[in-house]
Design a protein around this ligand. Structure first.
Ligand code: SME
Length: 162
């Protein structure tokens, strides 16, 4: 390989392809089955997060970036993810992730360009869903974030299953 080419990033994440409501339901049901088999008895948080990312990324063609931002003092720090380089830190209340964390509510963003304060880690991202994550004691510990390179990838079906 030529030197110039070796210094360029490899395009290792394919562009997103939206799925129909029926395809989504089938994929979420299959994911839930796999996840319950693989992580129900698993109490290591990192192992759970890594496994969730892997199983979902392998079933959803619009999951461009999938991962967690974890509470770290007074901010969120990037946790396990699959996708292109993510932002490292997000203050509470900032961007889609910080908003989902602060409000403790899922954010479904059909067009990231219409979300005030959206943080663009990869300029290809067009739509996004962020779900707050609670531990068994009910404490808010993280958010789960999925980005798509297509508009309108996320809807009430994603909110319901995630
Ligand atoms: N878009 C997010 C930032 C995280 S990246 O999408 C991986 C936000 O606005 O909070």
């Amino acid at each position: 390989m030529e030197y110039e080419k070796a210094t360029q990033d490899i395009d290792f994440v394919p562009a997103s392809v939206n799925m129909t409501a029926e395809q989504k339901r089938v994929a979420y049901e299959a994911s839930l089955q796999e996840l319950s088999a693989v992580i129900t008895a698993e109490d290591n948080m990192m192992v759970r997060m890594v496994t969730i990312n892997c199983i979902l990324k392998s079933k959803f063609s619009y999951y461009f970036w999938v991962g967690f931002y974890i509470k770290d003092g007074e901010r969120l720090s990037v946790g396990p993810y699959q996708g292109t380089l993510g932002c490292k830190y997000i203050p509470f209340g900032k961007g889609v992730c910080g908003t989902a964390y602060q409000e403790g509510k899922t954010q479904v963003v059909r067009n990231v360009h219409e979300f005030p304060g959206h943080i663009g880690c990869d300029s290809r991202s067009q739509s996004e869903i962020v779900v707050p994550v609670f531990n068994a004691a009910g404490e808010k510990i993280a958010v789960f974030d999925v980005d798509s390179t297509e508009l309108h990838s996320f809807d009430e079906i994603d909110r319901e299953f995630l």
